[in-house]
Design a protein around this ligand. Sequence first.
Ligand code: FES
Length: 127
Amino acid sequence: MYTQKVLDHFENPRNVGEIENASGVGMVGNAKCGDIMQMFLKINEDGIIEDCKFKTFGCGAAVATSSMATELIKGKSIEEAEKLSNAAVVEALEGLPPQKIHCSVLAEEAVHAALEDYRKKQAEKAQ
Ligand code: FES
């Protein structure tokens, strides 16, 4: 039912944890399953995501998709990270069962929420 990649990221999730004084933090949840995902980004002055960590209180697919999402955006620019889609996360995991696609949507939303928080903080700093 799950690909080896999904199982690998579930059993050995990458980049788990929090970043203190993160440049951007995003928290999203799915009302139906009750799962929650938190994403922390450290973005440098050149707009590159230097570090990225997550905490997921949810199903195995949610853990695997958030782990993969951090791998996909680490070292990338803000613009590239903004383009991250749940489809790209699913593809990188070599597929997810249809009933688990919403878990990958949560990962996409968590990244976007953290980027939005970063932009908000930057705008506040500029004032
Ligand atoms: Fe809801 Fe996986 S079952 S995020």
